[in-house]
Design a protein around this ligand. Structure first.
Ligand code: AMP
Ligand code: MG
Length: 353
C-alpha cells in the first residue's frame, strides 16, 4: 500500500487530516511529518509494536533508540523519572526547538522505543505542524528521521516518499524544512552534560547557558577508539551512493586538487561530482558541479547538505569530491554529517610553496 500524502502548512493546518493522522498513530500506524530539523517518521512512543514497526520500515538496527517528541512541557514528567536542573534550564531556553535531551526514562516508555536503554531521548519541536500532529496522537510520538537507514535524512516530503512511500500509512507534506540538520543531542545521565550529536544549537550556545558542557569523546576523532555514546552515531550514515571524499586545506589548493581529479576522471571517460559553494562553483570547469550554499550564510550550507547528497544519487558520477565547511557557528554539525557521509575519507592538501 502506498502512503497517503496530505499537504498543510503552519498557517493552514488541515484539522481533518490531522485527526485522521492522530487516529492512525493511536492505532499503531506510522505517519511521517515535517519538523524544523528534518522530516520524522512517527509512531506512538508508548506502543512497543509501533516502535518495532519504525525499525522495520527504516531498516534501522533495533539498538539505535528513537527520539520521543512532545508538544507540551507538562508531558515531560510523565516519560522521565527525573529532570535535572540543567535540563530544566535548557528546556526553558531552547524548547520548543532543535534540542534533544537524554534523561532517565519512566516506566511507561517501552524498551523497544529506547533501544533497550534505561534513558529516553526527548524533544519538543517548534514546527506547528509537528506540534499539531503530536497533540492529535495523544502527546508522545517516537520519531527518527524519515529516511531509509544509512541514506541522507529527508528535508522534503518527496525524499520521504522515495525512501518509505511503500512502508508507511501517511506522509504530511509541510514543504521544505527550515534547518535541514538533525537536532543537537545533550545527555543528562552523567554528572556533566555531554553533547552526543552537534546541531543548530552549538556547543558554545550550550556553554553560555549551562557553564560546563562536554563534547562526546567518540565524536571528536574519526580514528577514536572511544565509541560514540549515542548508539546511532557509530553507523555510517547520510551516505550518497557514489564514493564521497572531502578535500581539505587552503581553498585555492582545494580547487586545484579537485580539478585534477575531475580531469583524470574525464580522461578515463567518466565524470566526478563536485560539492562547491556559491563562491567557488565557477572555478570548476568539468564534472557535475553543485553549489551547497554560501560561506557567507552558513545556514544555507546546513540547509542544502542532504538535498545535494541525494541529488548526486540521480547523476552518473564515479566519485564525489566535496570542499570542507568548517564555518564559524554550524561548522561542527555540518562537518559531523559530511564526515560520516564520506566514511571519514579526507584528502588534506597543503598550500603551494
Ligand atoms: P534520529 O532519530 O535518526 O535523529 O537519531 C536519533 C539519535 O539519538 C541516534 O543517534 C540515537 O542513537 C540517539 N539516541 C536516542 N536515544 C538515546 C539514548 N537514550 N541515549 C543515547 N543516545 C540516544
Ligand atoms: Mg537519522
Amino acid at each position: 500500500m502506498r502512503a497517503e500524502i496530505v499537504s498543510m502548512s503552519a498557517d493552514r493546518l488541515d484539522e481533518e487530516a490531522l485527526l485522521r493522522a492522530g487516529r492512525i498513530l493511536k492505532e499503531g500506524g506510522l505517519v511521517a511529518f515535517p519538523t524544523e530539523t528534518v522530516y520524522g517518521l512517527g509512531g506512538n512512543a508508548l506502543d512497543s509494536r509501533a516502535s518495532i514497526k519504525i525499525y522495520a520500515a527504516k531498516g534501522r538496527p533495533s539498538d539505535n533508540p528513537l527520539i520521543v517528541h512532545i508538544a507540551d512541557i507538562d508531558k515531560l514528567s510523565l516519560i522521565v523519572s527525573e529532570v535535572p536542573e540543567g535540563a530544566r534550564i535548557l528546556a526553558d531556553k531552547f524548547w520548543p526547538g532543535p534540542l534533544t535531551m537524554i534523561l532517565p526514562k519512566s516506566e511507561i516508555v517501552p524498551k523497544e522505543t529506547t533501544g533497550g536503554l534505561d534513558s529516553v531521548a526527548v524533544r519538543f519541536p517548534s514546527d506547528p505542524v509537528a506540534q499539531a500532529l503530536i497533540k492529535a496522537a495523544g502527546g508522545f510520538v517516537a520519531a527518527p528521521s524519515a529516511n531509509t537507514s544509512g541514506r541522507p535524512s529527508p528535508t522534503t516530503a518527496q525524499h520521504v516518499e522515495e525512501d518509505l512511500g511503500d512502508a508507511i500509512d501517511m506522509i504530511i507534506d509541510g514543504g521544505q524544512v527550515g534547518i535541514g540538520l538533525e537536532s543537537t543531542i545533550v545527555d543528562f545521565t552523567e554528572a556533566v552534560p555531554v553533547v552526543l550529536r552537534p546541531g543548530y544549537i552549538s556547543l558554545d550556545m550550550l556553554k553560555e547557558t549551562l557553564g560546563e558542557v562536554r563534547m562526546d569523546q567518540g565524536l571528536l576523532k574519526a580514528d577514536s577508539k572511544v565509541r560514540p555514546k549515542a548508539p546511532g552515531m557509530k553507523y555510517r550514515h547520510y551516505a550518497p551512493k557514489a564514493d564521497l571524499s572531502i578535500v581539505e586545506g587552503p581553498i585555492d589548493s582545494v580547487v586545484e586538487m579537485i580539478n585534477s581529479f575531475a580531469a583524470r576522471a574525464e580522461a578515463a571517460g567518466g565524470q566526478v561530482g563536485i560539492i562547491a559553494t556559491d563562491e567557488t562553483m565557477d572555478r570548476y570547469p568539468i564534472g557535475v558541479v553543485k553549489s551547497i550554499g554560501s560561506r557567507q550564510e552558513e545556514e544555507t550550507i546546513a540547509h542544502h547538505l542532504y538535498e545535494v547528497l541525494r541529488e548526486f544519487d540521480q547523476c552518473k558520477v564515479s566519485a564525489i569530491y566535496s570542499e570542507a565547511f568548517y564555518t564559524p557557528r554550524m561548522g561542527q554539525a555540518i562537518m559531523n554529517r559530511l564526515l560520516k557521509a564520506a566514511g571519514h575519507k579526507i584528502i588534506k592538501v597543503q598550500e603551494e610553496q
